[in-house]
Design a protein around this ligand. Structure first.
Ligand code: GLN
Length: 524
């Protein structure tokens, strides 16, 4: 039987419900339980696939190709779990299901309402985890008090009652602001938020207070009194240097012990605190990596890349300084001179592509470690076609549908794919790596499975010509080139897939690990 932990947020958004929940999940894993986490977002976009990265950060791709919120990246990185469509639900998606059922007549002519039809759909989706894991953590997006969040709170209230006492637990993550003028931490916003929650029939079992300062006993007592929890259940989450320190900060307060007590669980194994040492590894070396993209003003747009670089560095005792550059910057090459490595992430559209290509020429000719992901790999193919194979007009069909030399093209079978990502190749695909390649050295095996999200491909019609010119294809999915590299270069690799989505604290992705290692070696 699965036990349930619901995480709601109070006072303000962006307090870190995802990271807090994932940290608690990690502690429970370290106590021997299996844990999974899922998100329920009250907004009406059906999925974040088409949302502006400026507003919503990166689109995270789950294993089955679901295009999701970047919080799922934290679930995977912290818990080492594989997410799918089941781990992400939005109001848009939930209402769509209910409306489609209604149109098909599946409600037998009954009046369709928020309660019970929407709430039932929410509960069914939560209940998908029943029996699959020991503990399911459910994050409710938004803030208590949001109008669109009401059906979700009502659904989890019903769900908790149905599962019975001791089987479900509510954690409320809230903000306790420090008011400088009064030199005081203020509990009133939290009191209001919990009052709202209780009005809706949800009694929090634990309150985690985000604050700049430590909460003293009096503050905790006050929150306990006004919010109807025991003082021992008032926890704090003060700002940490790194989000990966949060599990330990929670462990020190006994959050996992209290969770297990409320859920009537006894640890399945002795807690291994050596896990915390990964995070505490001393970073004795530094490397600077230039990331060239389009949404550089906002780091969230490349969240998984930043985290993958950080985790790859962490395991090697290297502090990675990732600096983000605008591909359209006319002084780009001058600005990236002096960096130890160049990374070009995925993206859509022509804007900035010529800048990216010139940065690749620079990396290739000057032996600077280069790592291209998806569009970054496609740019590397165009670069090699133009400058190594002499195909001066080499282009991608994405930038010019009528281009003659489409070394990157939409292939015929691609045009007919209709699934979650429209005409895109999304989600996990297998690939076979050739031996005696950099890719094989990094992965240490031939068979890999990686996540995709793209519409265009390295056009196999050009494979032979480009290989002869020096761009080696080191992995294929059927006849589709998946990894390219350049020999006699310290590190030059491009992959059509997105390795940034599958790094975890315990296991950084091997291509990121190899890239960071090469950047350290190339330190200038
Ligand atoms: N725009 C390119 C394509 O659709 C690359 C996509 C990406 O980088 N995710 O093929």
């Amino acid at each position: 039987m699965t036990k349930w932990i619901f995480v709601t947020g109070g006072v303000a958004s962006s307090l870190g419900k995802g990271v807090s929940g994932a940290s608690i999940g990690k502690l429970l894993q370290l106590n021997g339980f299996s844990a999974a986490m899922a998100k329920f977002d009250p907004y009406f976009n059906v999925d974040p696939g088409t949302m502006n990265p400026y507003q919503h950060g990166e689109v995270y791709v789950a294993s089955d190709g679901a295009e999701t919120d970047l919080d799922l990246g934290y679930y995977e990185r912290f818990l080492g779990m594989k997410t799918t469509k089941d781990n992400t639900n939005t109001s848009g998606d939930i209402y769509k299901t209910v409306i489609e059922k209604e149109i098909k007549g599946q409600y037998n002519g009954n009046t369709v309402q928020v309660i019970p039809h929407i709430t039932d759909e929410i509960k069914n989706r939560i209940n998908k985890f029943e029996g699959k894991v020991d503990i399911a953590l459910i994050e409710i997006g938004g803030t208590v008090g949001d109008i669109e969040g009401l059906p979700f709170l009502e659904a989890i209230r019903q769900f908790t009652l149905e599962k019975g006492k001791g089987n479900a637990l509510h954690i409320h993550l809230t903000l306790v602001p420090f008011i400088g003028a009064a030199m005081e931490l203020k509990t009133k916003p939290t009191q209001h938020s919990v009052a709202k929650l209780r009005e809706l029939g949800i009694m929090p079992d634990m309150i985690i207070c985000r604050s700049e300062k430590h909460l003293d006993d009096d503050v905790k007592k006050k929150i306990a009194l006004f919010c109807n929890v025991r003082k021992e259940a008032v926890m704090e989450a003060t700002d940490c240097q790194s989000i990966y320190q949060i599990p330990e900060a929670f462990y020190k307060q006994g959050i996992d012990k209290l969770v297990m007590k409320i859920l009537n669980l006894t640890p399945k194994k002795e807690f291994d605190t050596s896990w915390f040492d990964i995070i505490k590894k001393e970073l004795t070396k530094t490397t600077r990596i230039a990331v060239i993209g389009k949404y550089t003003g906002m780091k969230d747009a490349y969240k998984s890349i930043a985290e993958s670089l950080y985790l790859a560095g962490l395991h090697q005792g290297v502090k990675v300084e990732d600096v983000y550059f605008e591909a359209e910057d006319t002084d780009l090459i001058n600005k990236i001179k002096g960096f130890d490595g160049i990374l070009i992430p995925g993206g859509y559209g022509y804007r900035g592509v010529e800048g990216k290509i010139s940065a690749i020429t620079y990396a290739r000719e000057n032996n600077i470690p280069f790592f291209g992901i998806c569009l970054g790999m496609q740019c590397a193919v165009i670069e090699a076609a133009r400058n190594l194979a002499g195909i001066k007009d080499a282009a991608s069909g994405e930038f010019d549908n009528n281009a003659k030399e489409q070394v990157i093209a939409m292939l015929n079978n691609q045009k007919t794919i209709v699934n979650i990502g429209g005409t895109q190749r999304v989600g996990e695909y297998s690939a076979k790596i050739k031996k005696n390649t950099l890719a094989y050295k990094l992965y240490g095996r031939e068979d890999i499975v990686e996540r995709h999200r793209h519409r265009y491909e390295f056009n196999p019609a050009y494979a032979e010509k480009l290989e002869k010119a020096g761009l080696k294809i080191s992995a294929f999915h059927d006849n589709l080139p998946e990894i390219v590299e350049i020999e006699n270069h310290p590190f030059f690799i491009g992959c059509q897939f997105h390795p940034e989505f599958t790094s975890s604290i315990d296991k950084p992705h091997p291509v990121f690990a190899g890239f960071v290692e090469a950047c350290v070696k190339n330190h200038r």
